[in-house]
Design a protein around this ligand. Structure first.
Ligand SMILES: [Zn+2]
Length: 156
């Protein structure tokens, strides 16, 4: 573990999305949210543990794909400081911070196995999103259980 920085193809992209300022260590979870698992149509570059202005960060570049709102919402839960840059013709067309939604539905599985959202009833999981100094916390609308750690592991 002498050099934790792992770099796979970091050339500029022509069209697509660059997700920057991802909390270090969360890049693979971002790929999971995007449904990218190694093999995909677009070209994906991942920069892990890159030095950034405010400590180390991960960066994900996706060629030929612009993020949907619901994808950006999911990413905000695990990388609240991430910025999303939409690239067209090698230029940054749009740069924005992810917006942390006040509520998410159908995004995260409740950690309470007795929660109605985990039963056989057709109930969509719903959480209130709390953006605290310590990080993102999710409170289940049904059972009020709070998820404050490893949110990525509970993503649906
Ligand atoms: Zn619940």
């Amino acid at each position: 573990m002498s050099n934790p920085t792992k770099e796979i193809r970091v050339q500029p992209i022509e069209n697509g999305t660059v997700i920057d300022h991802i909390k270090a260590g969360q890049a693979l979870n971002v790929l999971k949210i995007l449904g990218i698992s190694g093999i995909s149509n677009g070209v994906v570059s991942v920069l892990i543990n890159a030095p950034g202005e405010f400590g180390n960060k991960d960066v994900v570049k996706i060629e030929g794909r612009e993020l949907r709102i619901d994808e950006a919402d999911r990413i905000s839960l695990i990388a609240p400081s991430a910025t999303i840059n939409i690239i067209r013709d090698f230029d940054v067309l749009e740069k924005k911070k992810v917006e942390i939604p006040a509520h998410v539905a159908g995004v995260v599985k409740c950690i309470n196995s007795n929660c109605i959202s985990n039963s056989n009833e057709p109930v969509t999981s719903k959480f209130e999103v709390m953006n605290l100094e310590s990080g993102i916390e999710l409170r289940c609308d049904y059972c009020e259980r709070v998820i404050s750690e490893n949110i990525a592991e509970h993503l649906l």
